[in-house]
Design a protein around this ligand. Structure first.
Ligand SMILES: [Zn+2]
Length: 162
């Protein structure tokens, strides 16, 4: 689609996209089941800046890096993108806009949605500590809480012996 024409006609796209149809995302998923729900709204602000509001909701099946079981990572994005033609334009973009570099080439809505989801991936997926199958050993937790392992205590001990 032509993004500039979409802006001028204030196009709004609402729909669902199967996660299995997003090749760059698929490699990060345990299984690519379910859909991403999206709403893409093109418009201009008071300064006549060409904008795209991109909202994406999905549940991604990721692998917990602590216990290696699957976990549901809920994503809900709401990003305000400004269409920019040059690096210079991108540099002068005011808050809270994120740049969406475009040329006069058509854009694919699926790519935008996939980008949103890729940006929402955690660096190291992990369950909440209380929900993870693999718990921290109790001994370590107890030591940390009692302050037994504090380096200052070790230092004080060494000085006493000194
Ligand atoms: Zn886990």
């Amino acid at each position: 689609m032509d993004p500039w024409r979409a802006v001028d006609s204030r196009l709004v796209l609402v729909g669902r996209l199967p996660l299995s149809s997003l090749p760059r995302l698929r490699g990060s998923l345990v299984e690519a089941t379910g859909d991403a729900r999206f709403r893409l709204a093109f418009f201009r602000d008071e300064a006549q800046r060409a904008l795209l509001r991109c909202e994406v909701v999905a549940t991604l099946k990721l692998r917990c890096q602590r216990c290696l079981e699957a976990l549901d990572h809920k994503v809900s994005t709401d990003t305000l993108l400004a269409l920019v033609l040059s690096v210079d334009e991108e540099r002068h973009l005011p808050e809270p806009y994120d740049p969406l570099p475009v040329s006069n080439e058509p854009i694919r809505p699926g790519d935008l949605i996939e980008d949103e989801l890729l940006l929402a991936l955690p660096q190291i997926p992990m369950h909440e500590p209380t929900l993870c199958v693999r718990q921290l050993p109790d001994v370590d937790v107890a030591r940390m809480q009692s302050g037994e392992a504090s380096p200052f205590r070790v230092l004080a001990e060494l000085k006493r012996r000194g």
